[in-house]
Design a binder for this molecule. Structure first.
Ligand code: IMP
Ligand code: MG
Length: 179
């Protein structure tokens, strides 16, 4: 793996696809043990979740359904703190066991908006699973049920994650290079 350049920034290799896939397999197996007697709805938070979501689904052995929603908060490499809904949940969660799948949880602003959004939906249960988590930045008192990998507080791209809309298609994860 080599350095990559996206717009004005350089990124260095951080976590290889194979390692990420192992973490996802563990997540799928953990959730299967919890939900094997139910039909959970996995709700992907677009757009960053796409690669994680498909890898997760391929590894999930039980009966399940899927839905999506889209929120947005980031401009460049900083969270704006203001969350807007770009796409409302694409399914009826009434009476369902819902598992939200997030690509990454950073400040938790998005997670807070998600919980607020779901308060109005009479789901039977709600859990949150995130592939990546930045424990040093997270400042909310909100529940996260399952974490794939903890990562340091540095901006990352690849494996679905973007910098200003670009870089989602790199199969590995890259970290912003220190100057
Ligand atoms: P939060 O609201 O600060 O927790 O950030 C959540 C959202 O911001 C994630 O779902 C991502 O879409 C985006 N995000 C957070 N950290 C990064 C990063 O390091 N790279 C790319 N996107 C990120
Ligand atoms: Mg996201």
């Amino acid at each position: 793996m080599n350095e990559i350049k996206i717009l004005d920034k350089t990124f260095v290799p951080f976590i290889a696809e194979e390692e990420i896939k192992h973490a996802i397999k563990r997540m799928a197996n953990t959730l299967y043990e919890e939900y094997k007697d139910e039909t959970p709805v996995f709700v992907g938070v677009l757009s960053g979740v796409i690669i994680f979501f498909s890898e997760f689904l391929k590894n999930y052995k039980g009966r399940c359904e899927i839905a999506f929603l889209q929120l947005s908060s980031y401009k460049g490499t900083e969270s704006t703190g203001e969350i807007s809904t770009k796409l409302n949940i694409t399914g009826d969660l009434t009476g369902r066991h819902v598992v939200i799948l997030e690509d990454i949880i950073d400040t938790g602003n998005t997670l807070e908006a998600l919980y607020k959004m779901l308060e109005t939906k009479p789901a039977k249960s709600i859990k949150v699973a995130t592939l990546f988590f930045k424990p040093d930045v997270f400042k909310k008192d909100l529940n996260i049920d399952l974490i794939g990998m903890n990562i340091p507080n540095k901006f990352v791209v690849g494996y679905g994650l973007d910098y200003d809309g670009l870089g989602r298609n790199y199969p590995d994860l890259y970290q912003l290079k220190e100057n």
